[in-house]
Design a protein. Structure first.
Length: 289
C-alpha cells in the first residue's frame, strides 16, 4: 500500500542518515544497533552495504590481503566491490559488511615510465610513514585525466580505543601531475575524533595545502616530495596541539566567575576540606527529617 511504501522510504532515509554519520571505526557498531532498532535485518543489510562502501573508501580503510596492507579508496576502485593494489599487482573483492576479502587475482600493470615513478614514490612515502606514525599506511596510485598522468598519494593512520571510549583517524591525500621542471602538489588533511564517555564529542579538522616542487629526476623528486609532506604534517600537528591548549585555557577561564588572583601563596587544602566537612555535618543535623 501507499502507507507502507511511505514508511519504508522513511526507514531507508533514517538508516542511511545514521550510517553516514558513523565515525571512523564505528560503522559495524552502528549497523548492529540498527538491526536492534529497525527490526528489519534485510533492509538494514541492503542499505549498510551501499553506505559502507563509501564509508570505507572515504576513510581510506586499510585491509590485509596476501600479507600486504591495501587502502580502500576511490582511486583503486574497479567497481562491483573490487579493488586493486598497484604495488603487488593484484586485485580482490571486498565485502563491506563482513570485512572479508575474496577472489584475489593478478592485476596486470604496464611497466612504463609512469609506473616506475609511482613505485619510487610509494617506496619513499612508505619509509616516511613507517617512521612518522605509530600505526600508519600509505598507497600511491596513478590515474589519467585526459592526456595528463596524475598521481595520488594516500596516507591513513588511525587509533581506535573503544574500551577507552574514543576513536581517531588521520588521513591525507596528495595530488600532482609530473610536469617538467616544476609541479604543483596539493594536499588535503582530514582529522576525525570521537569521544563518547559521559559525552558525545565529535571533532573534525580539515585543511588543504599547496606548494610547487621541483622535478629533475625520480630520486630528487621523491626526496623533496616526502620532505614537503613531512613539513606540512608537522605544521598541522603543531597547530592542532596549540589550538587544543588554547581552547582548554579559554574554557577554564569561562567556567570561573572571575580570574583568580595570582598570589603565589600556599593554600592548605586539607584544612579547608576538613572545615567544610565539619560545617556540612553540623548543618545536616539541624535539618529535620
Amino acid at each position: 500500500s501507499v502507507g507502507q511504501g511511505s514508511r519504508k522510504l522513511e526507514k531507508v532515509s533514517l538508516i542511511c542518515s545514521l550510517l553516514r554519520q558513523s565515525p571512523p571505526g564505528e560503522f559495524g557498531q552502528v549497523v548492529q544497533d540498527l538491526y536492534a532498532l529497525v527490526q528489519d535485518d534485510d533492509l538494514v543489510r541492503q542499505e549498510a552495504a551501499n553506505v559502507g562502501a563509501n564509508h570505507n573508501k572515504n576513510n581510506f580503510t586499510p585491509v590485509e590481503v596476501n600479507g600486504s596492507t591495501v587502502l580502500l579508496t576511490h582511486y583503486n576502485d574497479l567497481g562491483r566491490n573490487r579493488f586493486f593494489y598497484p604495488q603487488d599487482k593484484f586485485s580482490f573483492e571486498f565485502d563491506h559488511l563482513s570485512g572479508i576479502t575474496s577472489k584475489t587475482h593478478l592485476h596486470s600493470v604496464m611497466l612504463d615510465e609512469g609506473e616506475l615513478w609511482r613505485g619510487a614514490l610509494h617506496k619513499g612515502l612508505n619509509a616516511y610513514v613507517n617512521c612518522h606514525f605509530p600505526v600508519g599506511n600509505c598507497c600511491v596510485f596513478k590515474k589519467s585525466v585526459g592526456k595528463r598522468q596524475m598521481f595520488v598519494a594516500c596516507i591513513e593512520a588511525h587509533l581506535y580505543q573503544p574500551s577507552k571510549h574514543w576513536n581517531g583517524l588521520w588521513k591525507s591525500d596528495w595530488t600532482f601531475a609530473l610536469t617538467p621542471i616544476m609541479t604543483r602538489v596539493t594536499g588535503i588533511f582530514l582529522l576525525q575524533l570521537h569521544y563518547f564517555r559521559d559525552a558525545n564529542l565529535h571533532v573534525t579538522v580539515r585543511k588543504s595545502v599547496s606548494n610547487s616542487v621541483h622535478v629533475i629526476d625520480r630520486r630528487q623528486f621523491v626526496s623533496d616530495f616526502v620532505k614537503f609532506v613531512k613539513t606540512e604534517d608537522n605544521k598541522i600537528h603543531t597547530a592542532i596541539l596549540q589550538n587544543i591548549q588554547a581552547l582548554s585555557e579559554d574554557m577554564w577561564r569561562k567556567n570561573l566567575r572571575r580570574r583568580l588572583p595570582i598570589t603565589r601563596t600556599f593554600m592548605n587544602w586539607k584544612e579547608l576540606l576538613n572545615d567544610q566537612h565539619l560545617k556540612t555535618s553540623v548543618s545536616s543535623k539541624e535539618i529535620p527529617p
